[in-house]
Every structure is written in C-alpha cells, then in structure tokens.
Design a protein around this ligand. Structure first.
Ligand SMILES: [Ca+2]
Length: 115
C-alpha cells in the first residue's frame, strides 16, 4: 500500500541511486593512461583499465611483460640467410663477408668475389 508519506521516500531513493550511478559513470571514462609514466621498455599502448607493452621490430617482449630484448637472429634460422657470417646487432642483424676479396651483394646476404 502506498501511503502519502512513502512516495517522497521512493523518489529520494531513486535520486540517490541516480546520483551514485552518475558518479560511477563519471569516474569510468577517465581511464588512467599508465603510459604517461613510461612503464614499458619501448612502446606502450594504453588500453581500457590497463596497458600493454610491446616492442619494436627486432625485439621481443620478455616474460616480465615490460622489458624488450634484442632478438639474436644469428642463433635462429633467419641467421642462415647469411652465406658467410651473421652479425647480431640491436634490433636487427647484418651479414658479413670474408675480409679479403669479397664484397656484400646488394641483397645484403651473399658475398661476391671482387677479383
Ligand atoms: Ca638482433
């Protein structure tokens, strides 16, 4: 039974509910950009409620989820692209040729005799 006193009480509750709801909603869009504090070794992507670190080409993300480590291409199959020698460098790798009588081909992977 709705008495004449219960009606304002119900409305007060509705107002209270909508107030707390709008407070919760006003908080959620202001997602904290964790990337502002540079938590990642290289690149950072702010995602809703969190962030994700990622690494530039030639690097991989370590188990800690933050540190980027150089990929040693020479210890992997990609290093086999070098016909003579593979030299690992940060973020990449280079092929090398025997020091005397050879030059690197334009592909950067094979050696050409210069005699
Ligand atoms: Ca490398």
């Amino acid at each position: 039974i709705i008495t004449e006193h219960s009606i304002p009480l119900v409305w007060a509750n509705v107002v209270n509910l909508s107030l707390s709801l709008s407070l919760a909603l006003s908080r959620s869009p202001s997602d904290l950009n964790e990337c502002d504090s540079s938590p990642c070794g290289q690149e950072c992507a702010n995602i809703y409620g969190s962030y994700q670190c990622y690494c530039r080409q030639g690097f991989y993300l370590k188990e800690d989820g933050h540190t980027c480590e150089d990929i040693d291409e020479c210890s992997q199959s990609i290093g086999n692209l070098c016909v003579f020698q593979c030299v690992n460098i940060p973020g990449s790798y280079q092929c090398a040729c025997p020091p005397n009588g050879y030059t690197m081909s334009t592909t950067g992977h094979t050696c050409r005799g210069t005699d």
